[in-house]
Design a protein around this ligand. Sequence first.
Ligand SMILES: Nc1ncnc2c1ncn2[C@@H]1O[C@H](COP(=O)(O)OP(=O)(O)OP(=O)(O)O)[C@@H](O)[C@H]1O
Ligand SMILES: [Mg+2]
Length: 254
Amino acid sequence: MVTLLRVERLRVSVGGREVLRGLDLMIRNQEVHVLFGPNGSGKSTLLATIMGLPRYKVKEGRVLLLGRDITKLKPFERAKLGIAMAFQNPPRVNVKLGYILERLVKKYDDGILNELNALGIAHLLKRNLHHGFSGGEIKRVEILLTLLQRPRVALLDEPDSGVDVDSLNIIGKVINKLVDEGASILLVTHMGHILRYIEHVDLAHVLIDGRIVYTGEPKEVLNIVLKKGYSFFKDASRRREVYAEIEGSPKGKS
Ligand SMILES: Nc1ncnc2c1ncn2[C@@H]1O[C@H](COP(=O)(O)OP(=O)(O)OP(=O)(O)O)[C@@H](O)[C@H]1O
Ligand SMILES: [Mg+2]
C-alpha cells in the first residue's frame, strides 16, 4: 500500500533552536490524523516544515510525498504537488480576498458559491486578506482557501480555535468534503472541538518536546488529554511506538 505522506526522523531548527527532534509520521490516502501537544511543542513547526516554509531548517530526516523526497522543494512546488496549509496565525496580505478567490476559482474550481455562502464570508471579499479579520473569520477564510486548492494533503493548524459552534459545524463539513474528494488531513487541535464534526478520524498523535510520544485511537487520546493533561504522556513508560503496528494494519484504502 502506498503511503501518501511520510515524515522520517525529522530534526528541524527554527530561529537557531532545535524544535523537532527526530519525528516520524505516516499518513495514507484519505486518512485524517490529529495532532495534540502542549503549547510550543512543535505542532505548527511540523506543519510548516511539511509545507516547506523557509524559516524551518531541516537538519536531518526527510519529507516524502508518494515516495518522492520533497524535503528540498519550495512551498509553491509542494503546493503544485498537492500540499496545502491553513495557518494558525496567517500573515496579512495586501491583496483583496475577492481577487485571491477569483484566481483560485479559475484555477481549481467553479463551484465556489455554495461554500462562500455557507462560510458567510461574502462581506470580506473587498478587504485585503486577513487585515482586521476577526479570529473566526480568519479560520473560515483559511479553510476555504485550503479547500479551493483541492489538496491531496491538507495541513490544518487549529481550525477550531476561537471558532463559534455554527462555524465549527461548517468547517467540519468542509473537512469532510475534502476527505470525500480524496484528501488526507493532518490537523492540530487543542480541545478537540472539531472532532465532533468530522465523520471519520483515523489516528491521533501526541507531540511533546519535538517528538511524537504517543499514537492511538483519537477518542481515547482526546480523553486522556482532556482528563489527565500532557503530564500523562511525559512518563516514558507510557510512550508508545506504533508505527510497525500501523504499517501492518489492514485499512482497505490505498
Ligand atoms: N521564528 C522563531 N524563532 C525562534 N523560535 C521560534 C520561532 N518559531 C517558533 N519558535 C519556537 O519553536 C517552538 C515551537 O513552536 P510551534 O509554533 O511549533 O509550537 P506549537 O506546538 O504549534 O504551539 P501552540 O500550541 O502554542 O501553537 C516554540 O518554543 C516557539 O517559540
Ligand atoms: Mg501552533
